[in-house]
Design a protein around this ligand. Structure first.
Ligand SMILES: O=C(O)CCC(=O)C(=O)O
Ligand SMILES: [Fe+2]
Length: 318
């Protein structure tokens, strides 16, 4: 039997959206339906801002362990600030993930009605400029996310601004990830197989190998190799649920490097785009057919759903 070549996630250009929004929506939707993933170049986040963010991320994780642990907030499920190495575990996994991370959330004005679900940010005293850089980057991800959501809305025959009220003051989280060098006797992997909880994820940094998706057609793990500076975008469980699995949330993982790269850290920055906490995830009627009946007759709020999932991955207790 002939070996079929491995499928490849296509690279799209977000700059094409301005020229032909319907074509861009069709391409993004096609890639999502096939893989649950897309690679997006020309995403509009300034390269100098990204370069600053990488160098401050490295400086942050290079701080002494006790200093970093000073930014760990007990009982908050890692929602903001620092989460130490070997804390998070993928659902049903045997070993904890070989990673540490930092979470930046949305800044809300004092007294905002989402304050109880969206805790205030924590800022490290070093490296200098960290707060300014990451507030800017959060905003830039928000803008790129809005453009991608308008393409998704078009693809689903919704008005292009359909997601605007759903994500206004949304509970998105920017995660700075550090996967330290891997000792030869390491147990477990950098990030165990999982699906993301949110609507969509926008990820920078996957040029350093390791990210793989589980291809639903072939059952193979496919390595994702974006061109320099491009973004990896994937569908999360909330969008999968909203679209009755028309847009699938695809299992992915970060595997350990080959021996010659074991001594190197890997850094990445996923932006988990969430709706507002009280957004009701209710199956879109146009995704319900006789062949694909409503899988979720009972709607759930975004916040209710998030809390269920954080318990499963060991970040909060019931
Ligand atoms: O680091 C990566 O490339 C992916 C990270 C990821 O999948 C996650 O944090 O949910
Ligand atoms: Fe993920």
């Amino acid at each position: 039997m002939l070996d079929t070549p491995l499928a490849k996630v296509p690279t799209l250009s977000l700059a094409d959206q301005t020229r032909d929004p319907d074509q861009f929506a069709a391409d993004l939707g096609g890639s999502f339906r096939r893989f649950g993933f897309a690679i997006v170049a020309d995403h509009g986040i300034p390269q100098d801002l990204i370069a600053r963010a990488w160098s401050e991320t490295e400086a942050l994780f290079a701080l002494r362990d006790d200093e970093k642990r000073g930014y760990f907030i007990d009982g908050q499920g890692g929602a903001r600030g620092y989460t130490p190495f070997k804390t998070e575990i993928a659902k049903d996994a045997k070993h904890v993930d070989l990673k540490e991370f930092w979470h930046v959330g949305r800044e809300l004005p004092p007294g905002h009605h989402y304050e109880s679900e969206m805790p205030a940010n924590v800022w490290p005293t070093r490296p200098a400029g960290f707060k300014e850089t990451f507030l800017k980057l959060f905003q830039a991800f928000d803008t790129a996310g809005d453009k991608l959501l308008s393409a998704i809305a078009r693809h689903l025959d919704l008005t292009p601004d359909w997601f605007d009220p759903a994500v206004k003051d949304g509970n998105s989280v920017l995660r700075l990830l550090h996967y330290p060098p891997i000792p030869a006797d390491a147990q477990g992997v950098r990030a165990g197989a999982h699906e993301d909880i949110n609507l969509i994820t926008l990820l920078l940094g996957a040029e350093e190998a390791g990210l793989e998706l589980l291809d639903r057609d072939s059952g193979n793990w496919l390595a994702i190799k974006p061109p320099e500076g491009a973004m990896v975008v994937n569908v999360g469980d909330m969008l999968q649920r909203l679209t009755n699995h028309v847009l699938p949330s695809t299992t992915h993982r970060v595997v350990n490097p080959p021996p010659e790269r074991r001594g190197h850290s890997r850094y990445s920055m996923p932006f988990f785009l969430h709706p507002a906490p009280d957004f009701l995830i209710k199956t879109l009627p146009q995704t319900i057919t006789t062949e694909n009946p409503d899988r979720y007759p009972a709607p759930i709020t975004a916040n209710g759903y998030l809390r269920e999932r954080l318990v499963e991955i060991g970040l909060i207790q019931k």
